[in-house]
Design a binder for this molecule. Structure first.
Ligand SMILES: [Fe+2]
Ligand SMILES: [Fe+2]
Length: 277
C-alpha cells in the first residue's frame, strides 16, 4: 500500500468535512413499524452500541488532538476533524434512534467495562491502538449487516457508518504509526496490550448475539472470525510495529492468513473490505 502522509489525511478529512457541511440533514418522518417487539429491541441495542462508540470516539480523538497540538499542529487538526466526524455520527444516531422506536439507553455491563477501561487509558499509543481496533470492529459489523437489511432508512444509516468507519481504519493505522513510541520497551508493552485486546475482542460476538443477533442476522463464529481477520490485516499494515492477531487466536477461530489473502485477491476491484479513503 502506498505511503500516506499526515497532509494526505488532512486534505481527505477537509474535503469530507466540506461534503458533510454541504449535505444538510434529511428529516426522518414517523416511526418504523417492526415485525415483532423482539426485532425492534435488537435494533435498539445494535444502534445504541453504535451511539456509544461514536461518543467515545469523539471524546478520545479530541483528547489526542490536545496531547499533540504543541508538537504537531497538522496532526492535531487531523484528530479534530476525525473526532468531528464521530460527533456527526452521534448526531445522526440521536435523530435516528427515535425513528426506529428506540431511545438512548444506559450502557450494558460488558460495554461499560470496556469503555471505563478505555476512558482511563492515558498512554497515546494505547488510545490509538484501541481506537483502531474499535474502528475495525465497527466497520466489520456494519458492512456485514448492510446486505441483510432492506428497510431504506436503516440501510442509509448503515451505509454512512460502514463507509466512514472503513475510512477511519487506515486513518488510525497512520495515527498508530505516527504516534506510537519508538522505545523498545514501549513497543513490547504495545504488543502485549494488543494481544490481550484482540483476544478479548474476538469473544465479543458471543456477548452481543443474544442482544442483537436477530436484527443483524450474524452468527457468533462468523462475526468473530471476521473480526479476527480484519483486525489482523489492519494491525499488520501498521509498519514497524510487528502487531497482529496472535497465532493461537487465529488457529482457534480457523482464520488463515493465506486464505484471507487469496479471498481478498479475488474480491472485485474497488470493493476492498477496508476502504482506504
Ligand atoms: Fe463513527
Ligand atoms: Fe470511526
Amino acid at each position: 500500500m502506498e505511503e500516506r502522509s499526515t497532509s494526505f489525511w488532512l486534505r481527505a478529512l477537509r474535503a469530507r468535512r466540506a461534503r458533510i457541511d454541504a449535505g444538510g440533514s434529511e428529516e426522518l418522518v414517523g416511526t418504523l413499524k417492526w415485525r415483532s417487539p423482539e426485532l425492534r429491541r435488537a435494533a435498539a441495542k445494535f444502534f445504541n452500541a453504535a451511539f456509544r462508540a461514536e461518543q467515545s470516539g469523539l471524546k478520545k480523538a479530541h483528547e489526542l488532538a490536545d496531547m499533540v497540538r504543541d508538537r504537531d499542529p497538522e496532526l492535531a487538526e487531523v484528530l479534530v476533524l476525525y473526532g468531528d466526524e464521530e460527533g456527526w455520527h452521534e448526531e445522526l444516531l440521536t435523530q435516528f434512534l427515535p425513528h426506529i422506536g428506540a431511545e438512548i439507553e444506559p450502557m450494558g455491563r460488558i460495554t461499560s467495562l470496556f469503555y471505563k477501561a478505555y476512558g482511563k487509558a492515558t498512554r497515546i499509543d494505547t488510545i490509538v491502538l484501541t481506537n483502531l481496533l474499535f474502528e475495525t470492529l465497527g466497520a466489520t459489523t456494519y458492512r456485514m449487516t448492510l446486505p441483510k437489511i432492506e428497510e431504506p432508512a436503516i440501510r442509509k444509516m448503515l451505509s454512512i457508518l460502514s463507509r466512514d468507519e472503513s475510512f477511519h481504519v487506515p486513518l488510525n493505522i497512520h495515527l498508530l504509526e505516527k504516534m506510537s513510541s519508538k522505545h523498545p520497551l514501549a513497543r513490547l508493552r504495545l504488543k502485549l496490550q494488543c494481544s490481550l485486546l484482540v483476544s478479548t475482542m474476538v469473544l465479543l460476538p458471543w456477548a452481543s448475539r443474544p442482544k442483537t443477533g436477530i436484527f443483524d442476522g450474524l452468527g457468533a463464529l462468523e462475526l468473530s472470525r471476521a473480526y479476527a481477520e480484519n483486525m489482523d490485516r489492519a494491525l499488520r499494515r501498521a509498519k514497524g510495529l510487528g502487531l497482529g492477531v496472535p497465532w493461537i487466536v487465529r488457529r482457534a477461530l480457523g482464520v488463515s492468513r493465506r486464505r484471507t489473502l487469496l479471498r481478498n485477491s479475488r474480491r472485485r476491484p474497488g470493493k476492498p473490505l477496508l476502504r482506504a479513503a
